[in-house]
Design a protein around this ligand. Sequence first.
Ligand SMILES: O=C(O)CCC(=O)C(=O)O
Length: 324
Amino acid sequence: HSQAQSLITFITLSGTESNKRLSHCHSLAVSRYSFDNDLLSTEQRISYEEDGFLLIKGLVSGEDIDRFRAAFERICRREVQVPGLVVMRDVSIAKSEFVPDQKAISKLQDFQEEPELFRYCGLPQILNYVECFTGPNIMAMHTMLINKPPDTGNKTSRHPMHQDLHYFPFRPADRIVCSWTAMEKVNRQNGCLVVLPGSHHGTLKEHDYPEWEGGVNKMYHGVRDHDPNHPRVHLEMEKGDTVFFHPLLIHGSGMNQTQGFRKAISCHYASADCYYIDVRGTTQENIGQEVKEIAARKYAVDDVTFEDTWAVRGRLVQGDRTNL
Ligand SMILES: O=C(O)CCC(=O)C(=O)O
C-alpha cells in the first residue's frame, strides 16, 4: 500500500519536472536506495537515487562540533585512554621529528568507547536521515574523525578515490550509509570530499594501494581503475553541513594546501538486519587479510576473523540488534 502511495506521489509531484526526470521517476517509483517517509522530499530522494549522495546544510550545531573538537584535543594531549581507539598518523609527518606529536595525528578510528565523540553517532537529526536509507534498526559500524593535515609537499594528505564497501564484509550495500560532517569550512583548498555522482550504480571494484611517489597512508586503498572522464563534484561545505552517501559511491579527497588541519567527523551506519559475507575469493580478500593481521597483533590472538573485527566494534544506536 505505501509503495503504491509513493508511486502516486512521485507521479503527481513530477508533473512539474522535466521529462527526463519524469521518465526516471516512473522507473524509480519503487525506490531502491531509500525508504518513503516524511523527511525526504521527492527531489531529495530522486537525487540520492541518481547521484548516490545527499547534502544537508547546517545539520549539526556549532556547539556540538566544538564539543567534538575538544574531545579530539583531549585525546591528542593523551589526557584520556580510549579502549579500541585507533590513532593514525600521516606517513610523511610521522617520519618528521619537527612536528609536535598531536599534529601528526591524521585520523582517529573506532571511537565507539569515547562517549563525547560517540554522541555524534546518536544525534537524532542524523539518525532521522540515516533511517531513510537503513530502515529503523540501526547499527553504528565504523567511526572516524579525520584531521587532514597540511600537506608536507609529498601529496600524502590526499585520499585516493575509493568505495567504502571495499572495507565492509556485510550486505546489502543499499542498507549501508555514511554520514560525514564538516567540522569547519571545507573547500578545494583544504581538501574537501570529491565524489563521482552516480558511481553507486556500479559494482564493487578492485582496490589496492595506489602507486604514489610520496607514499600512501596505511589502509588508504584506491579504486584500481575508474573512468577519468566521469564528472566530479567537489563538496564544499560549511561547519555542521552533513553529507550522506552510499557505500559504492566512488569518492576521495584532495590535498590540503592550507596551514590548518581540515577536520570532519563521520560514521558508517548499517541496518542491523544486514548479514556478514565471507570475503575469501572476492576483491575484498586483500583488505580482509590486512585487517585480520592488524587485529591479531592488537588483541594478541590469532584466530580472529574479519567478521569478528566488525561485530565487536558495531554499536546499536536505534531499534533492535537483529543480526549484525
Ligand atoms: O575525509 C576525507 O578526507 C575522506 C575520508 C574518506 O573517504 C575515508 O576515510 O574513507
